[in-house]
Design a protein around this ligand. Structure first.
Ligand SMILES: [Zn+2]
Length: 260
């Protein structure tokens, strides 16, 4: 069976930008996997780090269950997702276990470093999937196969210099939008926290607004997620684009690549 993994930084990031695509991949016959690199320990003004970590671990597990995905535990705490060897070894071990042909991860430009470093770690972990001399933690057997990486849009839909990021393709998430919302709702602890810290009136409303905006950008779908394919060298065939398995729910943005 083909498999796909979503690798994000914090509990609720997958639900905001990637969960619709993950749900559709499952419907298309993929085994799906869910991993946040950080524990979510800073996402509270009410609970101690230990408490909120426990709460958010349970919320993330519930969400993964709603999405029908296999859960992989975090490897570090918030603001500590550095691009370092230890984390690379841990993420690479998960990649070797799952053998995903599709990796969904954050945008290489995003509003916080945890997201950016997650995208880098996911890409390099996949790059080393078949290299026997790269040792993972725990040790896992290397394997060479085609693996395509897709970067989601940043939460703001812009880079850090406020320029709009244009996706290379769109996934129609309308049919799974309710389920995506249900998964996001599992992160109950975040309602209050995001109100205070990031002036997001409601994290549920934020997801709704983002999905609608991307839908609008697609000029085709009501709710959508946007993706940019990573460079193929070291990963897959040049024309590999396995999200095409989503059929009519997947459209290429013809404006994205400059016609040579
Ligand atoms: Zn995040």
């Amino acid at each position: 069976m083909k498999s796909a993994i979503a690798i994000a930084a914090h509990p609720d990031d997958i639900e905001l930008m990637m969960a619709g695509t993950l749900l559709l991949l499952k419907k298309a016959g993929y085994e799906t996997h869910y991993m946040n690199l950080a524990s979510g320990n800073l996402g509270s003004t009410q609970h101690s780090p230990g408490e909120i970590k426990r709460i958010r671990l349970e919320e993330a597990k519930t969400s993964a269950q709603i999405l029908g995905s296999n859960f992989h535990p975090p490897v570090c705490d918030d603001l500590e997702i550095f691009y370092d060897l230890q984390k690379l070894k841990q993420v690479a071990a998960v990649i070797r276990e799952v053998k995903p042909t599709i990796v969904l991860t954050h945008s290489p430009e995003d509003y916080m470093e945890d997201h950016v470093n997650t995208a880098r770690l996911a890409a390099t972990a996949a790059f080393g999937r078949g290299m026997p001399n790269f040792l993972t933690d725990p040790a896992r057997t290397p394997d060479n196969y085609d693996c395509t990486i897709y970067h989601s849009l940043p939460h703001t839909l812009t880079d850090n210099l406020r320029r709009r990021i244009i996706p290379g393709s769109f996934v129609n998430t309308t049919s799974v939008h309710e389920k995506k919302l249900e998964a996001l709702k599992a992160h109950e602890s975040q309602q209050n926290w995001l109100d205070i810290s990031q002036k997001m009136n409601s994290y549920l409303q934020a997801m709704e607004d983002i999905a609608l905006k991307i839908g609008e950008m697609s000029k085709t779908f009501t709710y959508a997620e946007g993706w940019r394919r990573h460079q193929h060298v070291g990963f897959c065939a040049e024309d590999a684009d396995p999200l095409k398995d989503l059929g009519e729910n997947y459209v290429i943005n013809e404006d994205y690549e400059l016609k040579l």
